[in-house]
Design a protein around this ligand. Structure first.
Ligand code: ADP
Ligand code: ZN
Ligand code: MG
Length: 488
């Protein structure tokens, strides 16, 4: 029998706020000493009161809208209880039956076709502290708790079980991350834990409409881990089923080094968490007007921008994809267009960015937001090449130079005499010099050896250091050679 996987992802995204979800502690704790970014609220002292971070709410609404969700007019915070050292209060403030946003979608392109993956819900919660497990010299295991992360605002984004392969799951995370970054909601930095994935997976006979028992793999911290853990788990479940065993519903961890998932515990159910409404927080009311205003302020999202680049600017899909990978790249490209000579096709600017500029950025790990070559300088180079003022290799040379030291490409061209020779008279002069220096070749030509022309063109190109167009050099040469013969 053939089996197919069914996958649904729960993504935790840290919201990019300055302060934590329910207190004023700074979220900028990376590199800080443990327990230096904490207060009685996020340390879970009794008797303190949480206050909702407005900025976090604003970002959450933005995410909900960007994912095409319906924003709930009224949502609520609940307490989710579990006993664990990284949870000082013994419960996490989360949202349970009234989440902030529901029923959205993420467009995913896989195998060249676009599919929409459903979003069931998006809810707000607070991050846990960090438990660092250690082993003493005597071999005793102990745990140190760092509260710096405790109470950082998180969004949990729950997909429908719509994904059908590990590669598609990876692509979904990539698209989701791209959108979160476009709207400045989350850094998307997986190595730093700003985006973490729990992957749910089950298998079923191909053609079956029912779902099998699912396994949840916790805390996947990279694209690679998402894909590999799912591949492993699908293989494990398939082997189990084929050997007559049953897959049991459970929570597993991913061992990166061993490349396998390990059973951690049997699955918890909602009743295990003893959810109840957070009595210290009012319901979260979001008016329709507020949602509309947030939507009106929203930047153009990746898919819309990609489509516009293809349909309005006439770019190939592939270029549009590369140029919209990040909002910063797309902004840079559009600023180049604004500065581009009128008749220069957008595709030419696209080529220079995705080719030479990307190569330079890659070579020194540079970022397009603080590169020394401004969009207007790049536009200047593209325009000069397009107009034949400089040749493409001079353009490339200029790009590299301005990339390293800044400056104006136009000024450099004038200063160094890098402009392509377009004036006839300058070229005629150079051709005369070349003919004088190469009497043998001229003689060969006169005796009917026409290969001599190619040699002479080469000499002219050398003399002009590539600033002449080969076709112009050739026609001026022929003119002068004919004239020389006529004068014999
Ligand atoms: P739970 O009650 O276990 O939290 P949910 O219904 O909330 O389950 O779903 C959690 C995640 O698991 C969602 O992303 C959902 O798409 C996914 N999921 C649900 N059922 C299955 C299944 N049978 N196989 C794979 N994924 C599933
Ligand atoms: Zn605090
Ligand atoms: Mg659930």
């Amino acid at each position: 029998m053939q089996y197919e996987p069914v996958i649904g992802l729960e993504v935790h995204a840290q919201l990019q706020t300055d302060s934590k979800m329910f207190c004023r502690c700074s979220t900028d704790y990376s590199g800080a000493e443990p327990n230096t970014h904490t207060c009685p609220v996020c340390a879970g002292f009794p008797g303190v009161l949480p206050v909702i971070n407005e900025r976090a709410v604003e970002l959450a609404i933005r995410v909900g809208l960007a994912l095409g969700c319906r924003i709930a007019g009224v949502s609520r915070f609940d307490r989710k209880h579990y006993p664990y050292p990284d949870l000082p209060k013994g419960y996490q403030i989360s949202q349970y039956d009234l989440p902030l946003a529901v029923e959205g979608r993420v467009p995913v392109v896989s195998d060249g076709t676009e599919r929409e993956i459903g979003i069931i819900r998006v809810h707000m919660e607070e991050d846990t502290a960090k438990a660092n497990h250690r082993r003493s010299a005597e071999g005793e295991v102990y745990t140190l708790v760092d509260l710096n992360r405790s109470g950082v605002p998180l969004l949990e984004i729950v997909s429908a079980p719509d994904l059908r392969s590990p590669a598609e799951a990876r692509e979904y995370v990539a698209r989701l991350r791209q959108t979160l970054r476009y709207i400045d909601a989350c850094s998307g930095n997986m190595e730093q834990g700003a985006l973490r994935v729990d992957a749910n997976v089950s298998i079923r006979p191909v053609g079956s409409q029912e779902f099998g028992a699912k396994v949840e793999i916790k805390n996947l911290n990279s694209f690679r881990a998402v894909e590999r853990a799912l591949e492993y788990e699908i293989r494990r479940q398939t082997q189990a089923v084929e050997s007559g065993a049953k897959v049991s519903q459970e929570t597993r961890g991913w061992d990166e080094a061993a490349g396998e998932t390990l059973s951690q515990r049997t699955k918890e159910y909602a009743s295990d968490y003893r959810y109840f409404p957070e009595p210290d927080l009012p319901p979260l009311i979001i008016s329709e007007q507020r949602s509309r205003e947030t939507e009106a302020r929203m930047v153009e999202l990746p898919r819309a921008r990609r489509t516009r680049f293809v349909e309005i600017l006439g770019l190939p899909e592939y270029d549009a994809e590369l140029l919209t990978a990040s909002r910063e790249t797309a902004d840079y490209f559009e600023l180049v267009l604004v500065n581009l000579g009128e008749r220069v096709p957008a595709k030419q600017a696209a080529n220079w960015i995705t080719g030479d500029l990307f190569r330079l950025l890659k070579s020194d790990n540079g970022s397009i937001t603080d590169t020394k070559i401004s969009p207007s300088s790049l536009a200047e180079i593209v325009t000069m090449v397009h107009d034949g003022k400089i040749n493409p290799s001079t353009g490339r040379q200029l790009l590299e130079e301005v990339y390293v030291s800044g400056g104006s490409p136009g000024a450099l061209v004038a200063e160094r005499g890098m402009a392509q020779i377009s004036g006839e008279s300058e070229l005629v002069e150079i051709v005369h010099t070349v003919l004088e220096k190469n009497p043998r070749a001229v003689e060969d030509y006169n005796r009917g050896k026409h290969q001599a022309v190619a040699f002479l063109v080469g000499q002219v190109m050398r003399e002009t250091k590539g600033r002449a167009k080969a076709e112009s050099a050739r026609s001026v040469l022929l003119e002068q050679l004919q004239a020389g013969r006529a004068g014999d």
